[in-house]
Design a protein around this ligand. Structure first.
Ligand SMILES: Nc1nc2c(c(=O)[nH]1)N[C@H]1C(S)=C(S)[C@@H](COP(=O)(O)O)O[C@H]1N2
Ligand SMILES: [Mo]
Length: 543
């Protein structure tokens, strides 16, 4: 075979698939930018990436979620969104490359993805209805058109031979080099314009949703909580230990853990916000506005909140000063009776604006503990991340069975009749907080100098209170730590123990005993279904 002929045979008769792939990515990018802009107008949560992300969060089984929280902590949402974008990029590359030969497949693929995004957005629990389909539909339409346009401008397309022959070996020859060069410039120009337009549209969407968020931010800044009629008792000075590295008694809001499924933090319009109380045995169903709550007596309480996903030694526990209205009073006003007084409902289901459902025992909420609808955290209106304008806080119950953020609805029902969000995913129906203790200092794998070292941390047993904390070095005897004074039994207690560190590797272990005398069990369990058990250990090197 002559060299020339070989060359001609090798020369692609179709535009290079890489250019198709590039077209696909540009079309995908444009789709998302347009969808983002439409979502900013319709509803920020209705964008395809957020909708699909939310659906993935909901679909993830408990072990996967547990793993994600363990691996990525509070960054799990960012990782998820990046994962979705990466998957979309791969799909766009493939569709673009395919579109070079099969134009209709490219178009159909983009439209199909759009339809999937639209269906997902509309079926989200917090969906605003059919309008939530708009971002995906409009985005996909623009993307499909752009893909056709770009692929149509690819250099050296041979439309006639494409439909006529379809045979890869048949030689039809290319266009003259000059025309191919012009084609390439034409394509690159279209591609660059599309990219620039997408960036502009995407930025417009971003700034539109940001300005919408500004209204909510302004509302929150305008919110003034009246002084509590029932303030928290001053925290005794002796409740705070001065040990470097120990968790502060009150967790600063900026350091307070955040655990929720919301990919977009809800920005609730506080003037339009309402809380509806209804359901089984609610003799006087009512709807409350934010001002209605502000007119009630406010209580202020220090309460330690804990997440069931907190592993032994983990960070998902914090102590804050909450301000709110007594939930039991509000329920009584609506005619609710707890089961112990003959009330027919044993489960209180709270619903949030973002579609979360959380079930708490009515008995616990009405047994005299400081269960509240919180409006404030550490002296300020709730931060958006922690549930502005209103959330529930119930001492002694893990957050997933009590602490509904962005609450909008309370329904009285029974545990038999309804399983809320986490229960449907394998978590327990009832989950009182387990006694826990944590070594804050020294840190794991710390290198210490021999001599005096202060071991210190926190311990909690909400509702029961902490009675004793003990520390063990290696396999030595349990030694009783010094306890800071108790603020209330619903708050954690700091503890410390001086230790004379000797050279070598050491394992420090802590365990707590609650005030009923129950010692924390050393048998480790997983966090699913009702919270981790086991002692926290820290390994250090002294040298
Ligand atoms: N709307 C809503 N409320 C929610 C959740 C959620 O995912 N969505 N998570 C719950 C869980 S599991 C916990 S532990 C607490 C955490 O509250 P924080 O983020 O303010 O610390 O909120 C609870 N309230
Ligand atoms: Mo949680």
């Amino acid at each position: 075979m002559r060299e020339e002929e070989k060359d001609r045979r090798r020369r692609p008769r179709w535009p290079h698939p890489a250019l198709g792939a590039l077209s696909g990515v540009l079309a995908g990018f444009a789709s998302l930018a347009v969808a983002e802009l439409v979502a900013a107008v319709v509803r920020p949560e209705s964008g395809p990436v957020v909708a699909v992300g939310g659906a993935s969060v909901d679909a993830a089984p408990a072990p996967v979620k547990e793993w994600a929280i363990r691996q990525f902590g509070t960054d799990d949402k960012l990782v998820l969104l990046l994962g979705i974008l990466a998957s979309l990029a791969v799909l766009a590359l493939l569709l673009g490359a395919l579109a070079v030969r099969f134009r209709q497949v490219g178009t159909a693929g983009v439209l199909l993805l759009g339809a999937a995004g639209a269906a997902t957005a509309v079926s989200r629990p917090d969906s605003g209805g059919l309008t939530d389909a708009l971002p995906s539909v409009v985005g996909a339409a623009v993307g499909a058109l752009l893909l056709r346009l770009l692929v149509g401008r690819l250099p050296q397309v041979e439309r006639s031979s494409a439909s006529a022959s379809g045979s890869a070996t048949e030689e039809t020859g290319g266009r003259p080099p000059a025309s191919a060069g012009r084609d390439r410039r034409g394509f690159m120009l279209t591609a660059a314009s599309a990219a620039a337009a997408s960036v502009t549209v995407g930025a417009a969407g971003r700034s539109l949703s940001a300005s919408r968020g500004q209204d909510a931010v302004a509302d929150r800044l305008r919110t003034v909580l009246p002084a509590p009629g029932s303030p928290a008792r001053p925290v005794p000075r002796s409740a705070r230990l001065r040990v470097p590295g120990i968790s502060p008694f009150v967790t600063p809001t900026a350091d307070f853990y955040r655990v929720d499924t919301a990919l977009v933090v809800p920005a609730v319009d506080v003037t339009a916000w309402r809380l509806r109380v209804h359901g089984t045995g609610v003799r006087r169903p009512r709807t409350y506005s934010f001002d209605d709550l502000l007119r009630r007596e406010l209580i202020e309480r220090n309460i330690t909140l804990a997440c069931v996903s907190n592993e032994v030694g983990g960070p998902y526990v914090g102590n804050a000063r909450w301000t709110g209205v007594r939930l039991a009073d509000l329920l009584a006003e609506c005619g609710v009776e707890p089961p112990s007084r003959g009330g027919p409902a044993d489960q209180l289901v709270s619903r949030s604006v973002d579609g979360m459902t959380i079930g708490s025992p009515v008995e616990d909420v009405m047994d005299g503990r400081d269960a509240m609808l919180a409006l404030g955290m550490n002296g300020e209106p709730l931060p958006f991340e922690h549930g502005f304008p209103v959330r529930m806080v119930v001492p002694g119950l893990y957050g997933f069975v009590s602490a509904c953020k962005w609450i909008r609805d309370i329904e009285l029902t029974t545990f038999d009749a309804y399983d809320p969000y986490w229960v449907r995913r394998g978590w327990a129906r009832r989950a009182p907080v387990k006694t826990g203790s944590r070594i804050d200092t020294p840190k794991p794998f710390a290198r210490l100098r021999a001599g005096p070292v202060m071991i210190a941390g926190v311990a909690w047993a909400q509702r029961r209170g902490i009675g004793r904390v003990e520390v063990r070095v290696d396999d030595g005897p349990w030694r009783e730590a010094d306890l800071a004074s108790e603020d209330t039994r619903d708050t954690w207690r700091q503890w410390s123990l001086p230790w004379r560190a000797t050279p070598g590797g050491h394992t420090l272990t802590v365990r707590a005993t609650d005030r009923t005398g129950a010692v924390q069990t050393g048998r480790r369990t997983r966090t699913v279904p009702d919270g981790a058990d086991g002692w926290h250990s820290v390994v250090v090197t002294v040298g």
